[in-house]
Design a protein around this ligand. Structure first.
Ligand code: GLA
Ligand code: ZN
Length: 688
């Protein structure tokens, strides 16, 4: 049974629509603030994120607070029916704080303390910074705890980066003491006898640096885990007073898509709601628009999966353009609403933009905004945003609904960190993230819902689990896969899987280590292919997948022995000509597939189409979707809300077989629907 979740706030159980609002940049012109409110209402904005970078306006001098301007704005917003996601300001600190307490400034890996400037650059450990953050957060929570506008907390902003100061070094050593207990154990797990790096005193341990320790992979992996731990710990410090004073107001911190700076799964455990900032590079010259859409969908699905299907928030997205890439192309008409509906389709209960109004100065003055420097509401962007707001008002029934996919793709940050250090076969083209997206895309194309999980996830409930390049097998992962396949599940993995354990020590006794038995293969050697090297895999006649042909391979491939597995395809040339390249092992009640070489998407499309058919995996709609059209759904158990979206530059035709109602105009939808370029249909049907 599919669970329906509570809305973000009971105060306003609707899809939230709004964005980052920086009135602190406009305090000298109060008339602009009044105008903003008029325009927000016109654009159907019902929420703003406030005060994200406002620390120097809230505490202009140490211990001297000024909340009057914020009181005024919060009151005005409340009076006008606009809710507030109130930020804690730790993402950027005032100058006075850095000057008086230099320990709050971050130290880089070359042990250089940074000067004041920028943002997102505080020490993660500094007790002074933590204390200052706690003080201002306490004041904010106490002051606004009963404010009618407050519906959620936006903690800091896009936590990222690392600090190598002495305080962080000491905290790192403590983290390691807790993890390993003894130096003997640590030396073993880090394999420090390599190049004579044995550690004889805890104080000798230093964070990784290109100018220092950079070759002990176990140390580097633990440093990443420490950064995750310290970031989450910093977050816990921030939310301490907030949870105490406002226990019923949810907290979130905006994540950055697939950014591997820290393990977002650990943050998701602590926050109440997941939120993330979505900036696809639409209309680029290296992908089709729908490929950008598929990659974006992958991120949305990850964010929904972070809390087991709970709706998330798209905390930021660009209205029109961004400004931080070198080429900042305008979003073509229709994209703002299409990317907004895509977020909702995958489980977002909000559509929020960065930013409401363009500032006059500074780095982001030309970043897309709902209101530009003209101040006019008669703009393309303003009317596109208003249309989004109008349409979202018709989607109340979608709030809190989710989807329970039968398919999961494993994308694991810790595995990614390990792969980046792997120094095996083709180190130039590891492309772990890209590969995971390539294994996800065949499902997106067919409208099959997918969860994006990590290696620690519970696998019960899935029919198909795909773990591309599962190089590092984290604790218990192989056992969970074993149980999953024995119980009847289908598992797919690839080349470069099952090489190291949780601490980056190679499995002994033959790769893919503990997956060997499940897959029924032994991976003996790993080859790298230069771009000019040519080889392919050839499907065996009469294989169980039901398709034939030869498919080019690239970048890397493994030379394997089918011990128990059945061979479905073989290599075409080179000294491993005729050896297995694709296998399946019947294991318990289930099946375990192994793809030994990196292929193109031509093979993946065919392979997964066959798997979808063979194992009866459910699609959002029965008919085939034309290229570039995606179909997703959310359900409350009684009704399915189906989003069909056209991410191409042409009109597309889609056939539907069930009885549908158009959610925007209430009319029934006929069997053949036309969707214009960058258009979409929001449909409702009885739950299937
Ligand atoms: C990030 C930040 C915002 C803003 C946008 C610009 O996501 O969180 O403050 O800088 O980028 O795209
Ligand atoms: Zn530090």
């Amino acid at each position: 049974m599919v669970e329906k979740y509570k809305p973000i706030s009971p105060k306003y159980p609707h899809i939230l629509h709004g964005g980052d609002y920086n009135p602190d940049q406009w305090l000298e012109t109060p008339e602009i603030i009044d105008e903003d409110i008029r325009l927000m209402k016109k654009a159907h904005v019902n929420v703003v994120s406030l005060g994200i970078f406002a620390w120097s306006k809230l505490e202009p001098e140490e211990g001297k607070f000024d909340f009057s301007w914020l009181d005024n704005i919060m009151d005005k917003l409340a009076k006008n029916g606009i809710y507030v996601i109130l930020a804690t300001p730790s993402g950027a600190r005032p100058i006075w704080l850095a000057k008086k307490y230099p320990e709050v400034l971050r130290v880089d890996d070359e042990r250089q303390r940074q000067l004041y400037g920028g943002r997102h650059n505080h020490c993660l450990t500094s007790p002074i910074y933590r204390e200052k953050v706690r003080i201002i957060n306490t004041k904010l929570a106490e002051r606004y705890k009963d404010h009618p506008a407050l519906i959620a907390w936006h903690i800091s902003n896009e936590y990222s980066g690392e600090c190598h100061c002495p305080l962080c070094q000491e905290a790192f050593r403590q983290f390691l003491k807790n993890k390993y207990g003894t130096l003997e154990k640590l030396n073993h797990e880090w394999w420090t006898s390599f190049w004579s790096h044995s550690i004889t005193d805890w104080s000798q341990i230093e964070s990784p640096s290109k100018k220092g320790e950079f070759n002990l992979h176990g140390l580097k992996l633990d440093w990443k885990r420490f950064i995750t731990h310290q970031t989450v710990d910093f977050f816990k410090n921030e939310i301490g007073p907030i949870r105490r004073i406002t226990p019923n107001i949810p907290v979130t911190t905006n994540l950055m898509g697939l950014c591997p700076e820290y393990d977002q799964w650990e943050m998701a455990k602590v926050e109440d709601i997941v939120s993330w900032d979505n900036y696809p590079e639409w209309h680029n010259d290296y992908q089709k628009t729908w490929e950008t859409a598929a990659a974006t969908a992958f991120s949305h699905d990850l964010n929904r999966s972070l809390k087991g299907g709970r709706p998330f928030m798209m905390m930021e997205s660009a209205p029109g353009n961004i400004n931080w890439r070198n080429i900042n192309k305008l979003q073509r008409p229709g994209i703002i609403e299409l990317q907004s509906m895509q977020a909702v389709a995958h489980g977002s209960d909000t559509v929020q933009y960065f930013q409401w109004r363009k500032g006059r100065g500074g780095f982001e003055k030309f970043h897309g905004a709902v209101v530009g420097h003209s101040g006019s509401e008669n703009t393309r962007i303003f009317s596109e945003v208003s249309k989004v707001g109008e349409d979202l008002e018709k989607l109340d029934a979608v709030v809190g609904t989710t989807v329970k996919p039968e398919v999961a793709v494993v994308f694991d940050y810790q595995n990614l960190w390990a792969i980046e250090d792997a120094r095996i076969s083709n180190c130039e083209s590891m492309n772990y993230t890209k590969t995971c997206i390539e294994h996800y895309t065949p499902f997106w194309k067919k409208g099959v819902p997918v969860d994006v999980i990590n290696e620690m996830a519970d696998l019960s409930g899935y029919k198909l689990v795909i773990a591309p390049m599962a190089y590092m097998l984290r604790e218990g992962f192989a056992e969970r896969i074993d149980k999953f396949v024995k119980g009847g599940g289908t598992f797919v993995t690839t080349y470069l899987s099952g090489f190291v354990n949780d601490n980056d020590l190679c499995w002994l006794g033959g790769f893919p280590g503990p997956l060997r038995k499940i897959l029924g293969i032994w991976d003996e050697e790993q080859d790298a292919l230069y771009p000019s090297d040519k080889n392919s895999i050839v499907l065996n006649e009469g294989n169980e997948l039901g398709f034939k042909g030869s498919f080019d391979i690239k970048d890397m491939c493994d030379i394997i022995h089918a011990e128990k597995a059945q061979v479905l395809a073989i290599y075409k040339s080179d000294f491993y000509k005729g050896k297995p390249a694709l296998t399946v092992n019947n294991y318990g009640k289930g099946h375990a597939y192994y793809i030994a070489a990196r292929t193109g998407t031509d093979f993946l499309d065919k392979f997964y189409s066959s798997i979808i058919e063979k194992f009866g995996i459910k699609k959002t709609i029965d008919s085939e979707l034309p290229e570039g059209v995606s179909a997703e759904y959310r359900t409350d158990g009684e009704n399915d809300f189906v989003f069909i979206m056209n991410f191409t530059e042409e009109t597309k035709t889609v056939k539907i077989t069930d009885q549908y109602k158009n959610m925007l105009d209430g009319n029934p939808e006929s069997e053949t629907i036309q969707i214009p370029a960058y258009g979409f249909k929001l449909l409702q049907r009885n739950a299937k």
